[in-house]
Design a protein around this ligand. Structure first.
Ligand code: ADP
Length: 854
């Protein structure tokens, strides 16, 4: 059957069952309310398993010896059941007595001639038994319908509805009726179905045995048999069967099926390991035992003591069973059911035990009174005795209660474990988001609420705002801004405990009541729990209804409080962690700032290094320029003298050859001087263009020469320079920057070689570019220092002379050209600096340090 057909089929059957129960109720009520007959039986009876039992004889009957608990065997010689069915109240006539044969519990037979009773002033409706039956029947019906409405799509709620409707009908119909046609058959038609529905229910909830899954039709069999049995009721006479027999069969059929169903359930319970389902099975067992065991016990008690117990009280117990079933079906989480049920049973048993002891004591006291002839007339004796008895029993009761608590504490362990897990997880969480989400999962998954939200305090504007939520929330709730001085927030702060919406019901100030309720309504929650840390409210937990629709219990509240406390600590931790992280961040920023300052200083130093080398250059250049300009100047002076003399000679017509030669010589030498000046200035320009220079092809031999030329004045006096050049390929480079490198190396070499030393410059082409070597015959670089000489600020020179930046800058420049620079020991034990450069520098343009280093 496809799902929608199944649903239709079930809905149809459910409606039929409810209609049947409704009809039974209507029949029952009409049997009581409408045209009550003028006369009534002198004995009120109820029918159980084909037996007609007296539960209230009228006064005459009682005086004649009839008593509650007697069995009505026959009326006017007709078996009681049949008489009730066939004649009923119509068989009574004013002034005519009937013969009632009663059977006492001890088997004695009593025949009574009794007049019918005039219609009682009180209708039967008001008798406790009838009220109890109606109430219990209605309870069954209501529970069945409610569960069906709450869990419409489920097979077990359908089965429960069928069972409840049948049971309700049974209860409605088993009330004695004034009308003959509403006689006992009604009951017999319904009774077999009761067994079938129990079988149906227990083979679906909570376990569906394998065979029932494989052969779904098996469940139909009891219904079919019940139908056949029901058909026997109208047909029994035609078949020659007594109604009593049919009644017996129907009764035992139902009871038998009921027991079988319990057996099946017990077997499945034994076989299954699924904790959730076995818990549900336990609910069924607990429900059944709480519901039926007392009734059975009462019946047993009645049978054994021949004491007619008020059946109506026993009947009320029956309600507990559908309640338990409904609970098991409807509730999604059976968080603590076993615990609650078992502890209540245990408390009940303990109480019963104490009551029994107490009763025993009183019996004993009574005996004592009789025996010792104490003046029992005086009430004081009893009061004093009771007082001491209660005094003595209280410690026992306390002890028993404690014992029960301890026993059930073991079950709480599981619950506590859940709480502990949450706490442990939270302690290690350092993100508020994570903590909040953990709370929400705990609420929705462990506690089973449909929606939950955590609001946190935004300290900047003292407002509580939703931080995270689970379940369906409408946007209005999510947009909530709750100022921390809102009455709800204030009350939570003052109260330091959870707050229920219902607490505002009694608030006399209507404005306050509405402002507070508005918050709950907007969030659509019943309960708000504060997250407290010290005196502060860090946030709120808003908790929706439980999925099962029930109220939050004591355990839930405990869990909520624990969660709130734990999360408060965790949130504080996370905040502290955040602060440290922030501090760390600023620390980083500060370090960066320092680094920047240092870098600035470094730049300044680099700058001063350049100024230093420039200073050296300038000194050299000044010297260099001084010479040519000096003699150009002197020559010009001479020219100043020679030219007028030449003119004079010419004017006199004398030989001017010598004078001309002298002037020519002067001019040539002057030109040589200005040439040199020009060359020096040109080299200087190349050097000064270093910062801005573009990448360009250069012959590095020429570039080295240029540097050497500029340094010549310094070199000339101190050291000899030997050039060992090979033809080099063109290299794309920033020539100005490389000039700086060469100058650094040559200057270092000069420093190392000292006066009279020698520097060798060697250039060679390589596979990919060029190799340049600057070698000196100085003391060389100790191996231990070789790795450090390229470090910025590393210098072995006296303060004021070395900056320790020359090599580090050179290293940077060479690297940016895609080359390598290193120092090694020369053959003579001096230092040799080797540079290898590719013909093409890598793509990346020298950026930051180019300006500083070039
Ligand atoms: P500075 O010359 O200002 O000290 P450099 O970075 O140019 O800075 O050099 C760093 C150090 O390397 C020098 O102080 C020196 O100890 C060593 N050094 C450099 N070149 C030579 C060389 N040719 N021979 C021996 N030591 C050298």
């Amino acid at each position: 059957m496809n799902p929608s057909a199944t649903r239709q089929f079930r809905t149809g059957l459910a409606a039929l069952a409810v209609a049947w129960a409704g009809l039974a109720l209507a029949l029952s009520l009409s049997g009581q309310l409408f045209d009550p007959p003028a006369l009534h039986l002198p004995l009120r009876t109820s029918v159980l398993a084909g037996r007609v039992n007296v539960y209230r004889p009228n006064q005459v009957a009682a005086e004649a010896g009839a008593a509650r608990g007697d069995r009505l065997v026959a009326v006017d010689g007709v078996p009681a059941l049949r008489w009730l069915r066939e004649r009923g109240l119509q068989g009574l006539q004013q002034g005519v007595s009937n013969r009632y044969r009663l059977e006492k519990p001890d088997g004695r037979v009593l025949d009574l001639e009794l007049q019918p009773e005039p219609t009682p002033t009180l209708p039967t409706l008001a008798t406790p038994l009838y009220v109890a039956q109606l109430a219990v029947g209605l309870a069954y019906l209501v529970i069945g319908i409610a569960v069906w409405r709450l869990r419409p799509a489920r097979a077990d709620s359908f089965a429960l509805l069928l069972f409840c409707a049948t049971m309700g009908a049974q209860l409605f119909l088993s009330v004695e009726s004034y009308r003959a046609w509403l006689g006992p058959e009604r009951l017999l038609v319904n009774l077999p179905f009761l067994g079938a529905t129990i079988f149906h229910l227990f083979t679906i909830h909570p376990f569906e045995p394998g065979w029932a899954v494989r052969h779904r039709r098996v469940r139909m069999l009891p219904y079919a048999a019940a139908g056949a049995l029901a058909l026997l009721v109208p047909a029994h006479r035609a078949l020659g069967l007594s109604l009593e027999l049919v009644s017996r069969v129907a009764f035992f059929y139902s009871v038998g099926l009921g027991l079988l169903s319990f057996g099946i359930l017990a077997l499945e319970r034994h076989r299954h390991r699924d904790a959730e389902k076995t818990a549900r099975a336990d609910v069924v067992f607990i429900g059944a035992s709480v519901s039926f065991v007392p009734v059975i016990a009462l019946l047993l008690f009645q049978a054994l003591t021949r004491f007619a117990f008020p059946t109506e009280l026993a009947l009320l117990w029956f309600v507990l069973f559908p309640v338990a079933m409904a609970y098991g079906i409807v509730r999604r989480q059976l968080f603590d059911i076993r615990l609650v049920a078992r502890s209540s049973v245990a408390y009940g048993a303990a109480t019963l035990f104490i009551t029994g002891l107490f009763a025993l004591l009183i019996v004993f006291a009574d005996a004592a009174v009789a025996r010792f002839r104490v003046n029992a007339q005086s009430p004081w004796f009893q009061i004093v005795f009771l007082f001491f008895a209660i005094l003595a029993f209280n410690p026992l009761r306390v002890w028993l209660q404690g014992f029960v608590d301890r026993v059930f504490d073991r079950d709480r362990l599981a619950y506590r474990q859940a709480v502990r897990e949450i706490s442990e997880a939270m302690v290690s969480m350092l993100s508020i988001r994570e903590i909040v989400n953990r709370i929400l999962t705990a609420l929705t998954d462990t506690m089973g609420v449909e929606r939950a939200m955590v609001l946190l305090l935004d300290e900047r504007d003292a407002t509580l705002r939703p931080e995270a939520w689970r379940g369906a929330w409408d946007p209005e709730a999510i947009a909530l801004d709750l100022p921390s001085d809102h009455p709800v927030a204030r009350r939570l702060w003052l109260r330091r405990e959870e707050l229920w919406r219902s607490e505002f019901d009694d608030e006399p100030d209507s404005e306050l009541r509405e402002t507070c309720r508005e918050i709950f309504d907007r969030l659509e929650v019943e309960l708000i729990v504060p997250i407290l840390f010290g005196v502060d409210v860090l946030g709120l937990i808003a908790v929706g209804r439980k999925l099962a629709g029930e109220r939050l219990g004591a355990d839930d509240r405990q869990l909520l409080r624990t969660l709130a406390n734990q999360s408060a600590i965790a949130i504080e931790n996370a905040k502290a962690f955040d602060e440290i992280a922030q501090l760390n961040e600023t620390l980083e920023a500060r370090v960066e700032e320092r680094t920047r300052e240092l870098r600035d200083t470094q730049h300044q130093l680099i700058h001063s290094e350049r100024i230093k080398s420039l200073g050296q250059l300038v000194a050299g250049i000044a010297h260099e320029l001084n010479n040519p300009i000096g003699f150009v100047h002197a020559n010009l002076k001479l020219l100043d003298e020679y030219v007028p003399r030449l003119l004079e000679l010419q004017a006199r017509g004398e030989d001017t050859t010598r004078a001309q030669q002298a002037i020519d010589k002067l001019l040539t030498r002057s030109r040589e001087g200005t040439e040199r000046v020009k060359k020096i200035v040109e080299d200087l320009r190349v050097f000064s263009r270093a910062d801005r220079s573009e990448l360009a092809e250069a012959d590095l031999n020429q570039e080295i020469d240029r540097t050497l030329a500029l340094m010549e004045p310094r070199l000339r006096n101190d050291v000899r320079v030997r050039r060992d050049y090979a033809t080099l390929p063109q290299v794309r480079c920033h020539a100005g920057q490389l000039n700086q490198v060469f100058m650094n190396l040559v200057m270092n070499a000069c420093d190392a070689a000292g006066r009279g030393g020698e520097i060798q410059v060697r250039t060679r082409p390589t596979a990919g570019g060029v190799r340049l070597e600057f070698e000196d015959d100085g003391p060389g670089i100790p191996a231990a220092l070789r790795s450090r000489i390229f470090d910025p600020f590393f210098t072995t020179k006296p303060v004021g002379q070395g900056t320790g930046l020359g090599l580090s800058l050179s290293h940077g420049i060479v690297e940016r050209h895609g080359g390598r620079i290193w120092a090694e020991e020369s053959a003579a034990g001096g230092a040799r600096f080797v540079i290898e450069l590719p013909r093409e520098p890598p793509e990346v343009e020298p950026a930051v340090d180019a300006a500083a280093g070039g």
